[in-house]
Design a protein around this ligand. Structure first.
Ligand SMILES: C[S@@+](CC[C@H](N)C(=O)[O-])C[C@H]1O[C@@H](n2cnc3c(N)ncnc32)[C@H](O)[C@@H]1O
Length: 272
């Protein structure tokens, strides 16, 4: 995959570094996780929804993947990042009109500004929510009757490589300091059926990722994480520099060796 990180200094770092690096990481992540997302969309039994909505759409890679894989008539993306929504909108070509359409919106607030949906989808979003259970149950009100809610999140990441375990422990600690979880998959599996939402599928999809691809994603993420106040307070600069260098070296390896596997919790609810 063509997203080798560069260790050359970035002159625009203070102005654009976070959104630019985060967008590059999401583009790369979209390629790496396409296999697991495709399996969920194919196995969910949702047909071709008239209106699908991508919650926490970022720059729109998942939104387009939904449209292409399911053949939706209409697809909308919602995100609360101005930078990502503007990037997503800039990727819509002239001939595409309003499809896909992208909207700046905090998805913890209902109603959504795009009318009812036949399918709601999110990936790697629950990790960032302060009150996931309450937010997820509020989404049911935005679904048409018989509409579907599909979610996928990490339940575990299994690896024996110390540079990966060090990175994952650090990320887990940062998220815990904000009362968030790196592994919200278990929380999703514990969600109970409600009067209007019934579980149609709950499984863990196992995805092996090459060391080079995992290192690339982690390296790009580290560019944002290393400025987090938790890191300044709890980690030595030299420790982070070593992790960064080790990830960069690993990201440049070839041969496709994999010593890291994701367990992705995939859930399908249907509104009754
Ligand atoms: C890790 S990214 C995942 C993006 C995309 N779903 C994917 O898998 O490539 C999480 C996204 O959720 C968005 N997000 C987080 N909290 C949000 C909120 N309360 N409302 C809307 N978007 C949110 C972030 O801006 C970011 O684009």
């Amino acid at each position: 995959m063509n997203a080798q990180p560069s260790n050359e200094p970035d002159r625009h770092r203070y102005l654009f570094a976070d959104s630019d690096v985060a967008a590059r990481r999401l583009e790369f992540l979209a390629q790496v996780f396409a296999q697991s997302t495709k399996a969920l969309l194919m196995d969910a039994g949702v047909g071709a929804p008239a209106h699908a909505v991508d919650l926490g759409c970022g720059p729109g890679y998942t939104t387009r993947f939904l449209a292409q894989t399911l053949g939706c008539q209409r697809v909308s993306g919602l995100d609360n990042s101005k930078a990502f929504i503007s990037l997503a909108r800039s990727s819509v070509h002239d001939g595409e009109g309003e499809n896909p359409s992208f909207h700046l919106h905090d998805i913890t607030k209902v109603p959504f500004p795009i009318g009812p949906a036949n399918l709601l989808y999110c990936r790697f979003l629950i990790t960032h929510l302060a009150e996931p259970e309450a937010t997820i149950s509020s989404w049911a009100t935005q679904l048409q009757s018989n509409g579907y809610l599909l979610m996928e999140e990490a339940e575990w990441i299994d690896t024996s490589l110390s540079v990966f375990t060090d990175y994952l422990e650090m990320t887990e600690a940062i998220l815990a300091s904000q009362s968030n979880s790196l592994y919200p998959g278990g929380l999703l599996d514990n969600l109970k059926n409600t009067d209007c939402l019934k579980t149609r599928l709950s499984r863990v999809y196992r995805l092996s990722i090459t060391n080079a691809d995992a290192a690339t994603m982690f390296y790009l993420n580290l560019q944002s994480l290393k400025d987090h106040p938790f890191i300044h307070a709890n980690s030595a600069g030299t420790e982070i520099q070593r992790m960064e260098q080790d990830l960069l070296t690993l990201s440049r390896t070839t041969g496709g060796r994999s010593q890291i596997e994701w367990g992705m919790r995939q859930l399908v609810f249907q509104r009754i």
